[in-house]
Write a protein of this length. Sequence first.
Length: 61
Amino acid sequence: MRKSLVSLATLAVMGASALDAQPPRVGDPAPDFLLDQVDGGQAALSDFEGQVVLIFFLGYS
């Protein structure tokens, strides 16, 4: 169940284009994606270009 949740979360974050695209390789730039913020806005990974970004994927079982 946990693996399915992670897979669904990844597809939701990356969008439908993730189904057609090749997975990124080590050293490739991270694919851009949007996340909803608590205040109702959105943040894109590209908004933080040149900065260190840590992303935590929390799974519930």
